[in-house]
Design a protein around this ligand. Structure first.
Ligand code: ARG
Length: 481
């Protein structure tokens, strides 16, 4: 779903009407065809057909290289290129007919090219193995889809910046241990999530840079006796580098694990946003009201309005963490080089990509339309005790050591609770504080006093907002490059 290219045909286009000569790629060596059980167990076409566009790109680069080094002639090259174009068209329109022996997308494309181009088509796979082919396809796929994920992350970040800007000087309690701690601007809170997502974007760029290596030309595992030129295919596919070691090229899936980590951690960030929205939407907090279009009702309880998007954002984090840990477990025992276990890379990757993309879209809509109940937030932040740190810091400015100041104010808070006396009264009669300290207890005073760089008051938040906007603009520009 993160793929901008046309939908791949559905499973229904797999037909039993296999051409009479349909056969496996290894039919020469085998007297018998594959059992139904083997086919059902090992076929990856259901999910790897999603790589069709990348597989075709890889094949075009490979064919160009074969012609360049003289392994096929110009006519053969033209015939294969034409056949690849036909296959692309057939897949795009849904006319492509898959047959039961199409174990994976590579097999399907190669079979069809051979049907269309005849003997020239049978030269397509010269010097190539599905082992270097699949990992080439997957790198191309992630290169494209990773950018689509970045675009979505930036869209969500843009909404956070927008809402932070609109929030102005509105404030709420900041929490530690989920206990009211010190007030901060709502903008500050929203931007905290912005920076977490910014690190996700940065992790994507890192991951994309590391996977920018072409494995094509590694063959099954050891390179080739044919005069292949892997640099040519790397260049044609727009990879910055080619592999240095053919065993590593076909056996490496670090880049998949890394993407799964980037996705899992990013989903954890979305989960934390989801958790907060869920809390904030409760009657107990009452800090937000969700738009109808981004909340759900109950089938039984007419009064309910539920934050399902926020909860699913949270719930799906478990699934993405599972995708990562499951795949790491797949990798951990594999000897070099290619092992069929590696086919298990695609489903967790596709799933994590799709779930993350859907979460980003839904949360972006939710946050764009959420209504902040600023009155409730501010009332919660205006409790006198929230200014306790400021009272202690007031004493520090008067020369009282901070530990002593902490104890003085702590005692006043305890007395206020135990004796049911407003803190302001106790502050007024406390000799070290007195009337001078009372303005600290006024609504909004504590937040205005948070003036240090990166802090939660209006001054530093204004600076932070400009930095966030600049960061967003930089990342958008990088994406266009
Ligand atoms: N479907 C396989 C995968 O995803 C393609 C490579 C198969 N290679 C092989 N030697 N069976 O890994």
């Amino acid at each position: 779903m993160t793929d901008d290219r046309p939908e791949q045909p559905s499973e229904s286009s797999v037909t039993d009407a296999a051409p009479a000569d349909a056969q496996t790629l290894w039919h020469g060596r085998f007297a018998d065809g594959p059992s139904d059980a083997l086919l059902a167990f090992s076929v990856s076409l259901d999910f790897d057909r999603r790589l069709a566009a990348d597989d075709l790109d890889g094949s075009r680069a490979h064919v160009a290289m074969l012609a360049e080094v003289g392994l096929i002639n110009g006519d053969e090259r033209a015939a294969i290129v034409d056949a690849l174009a036909t296959v692309e068209e057939e897949i795009a329109t849904g006319e492509f007919v898959f047959v039961p022996t199409d174990e994976d997308i590579h097999t399907a494309v190669e079979r069809r090219v051979a049907e269309i181009a005849g003997p020239a088509g049978a030269k397509l796979h010269t010097g190539r193995s599905r082992n270097d082919q699949i990992t080439t396809d997957l790198r191309l796929f992630i290169r494209r889809e990773g950018r689509a994920q970045i675009r979505r992350l930036l869209d969500l970040q843009a909404v956070l910046v927008q809402r932070a800007q609109e929030a102005g000087d509105a404030y709420l309690p900041g929490y530690t241990h989920l206990q009211r701690a010190q007030p901060v601007l709502l903008a500050h809170h929203l931007l905290a999530h912005f920076w977490a997502l910014s690190r996700d974007v940065s992790r994507w760029w890192d991951a994309l840079e590391r996977l920018d290596v072409s494995p094509l030309g590694a063959g099954a595992l050891a390179g080739s006796s044919l005069p292949l030129d892997p640099d040519l295919t790397a260049k044609a596919l727009g990879f910055q580098f080619r592999f240095a070691n053919s065993l590593d090229a076909v056996g490496d899936r670090d880049y998949v694990a890394e993407c799964l980590f980037v996705l899992a951690l990013s989903q954890v960030h979305l989960s934390r946003i989801g958790e907060e929205i869920t809390l904030w939407a409760s009657d107990e907090f009452g800090f937000v009201h969700l738009a109808d279009a981004f909340s759900t009702g109950s089938s039984m309880m007419p009064q309910k309005k539920n934050p399902d998007i926020a909860e699913l954002a949270r719930g799906k984090a478990g699934r993405l963490i599972g995708n990562l840990t499951g795949f790491l477990a797949t990798l951990k025992g594999l000897p070099l080089a290619y092992n069929r276990d590696l086919q298990e890379d695609k489903e967790p990757l596709f799933d994590a990509m799709d779930q993350h993309a859907r979460t980003l879209d839904a949360l972006t809509g939710l946050l764009a339309t959420i209504e902040f109940d600023v009155e409730r937030m501010q009332a919660a932040a205006d409790g006198a005790a929230v200014a306790a740190t400021d009272l202690a810091e007031h004493l520090v400015v008067e020369g009282v050591p901070f530990r002593d100041a902490h104890a003085i104010v702590g005692k006043l808070v305890r007395q206020s609770i135990e004796r049911g006396i407003p803190l302001s009264e106790l502050v007024e009669t406390e000799p070290t504080l007195g009337r001078d300290a009372l303005p600290l207890l006024e609504p909004g005073a504590a937040v205005r006093r948070r003036t240090t760089p990166g802090g939660g008051g209006p001054g530093p938040v204004a600076v932070q907002l400009v930095a966030a906007q600049a960061k967003l603009a930089d990342e958008r520009a990088r994406l266009v490059d």
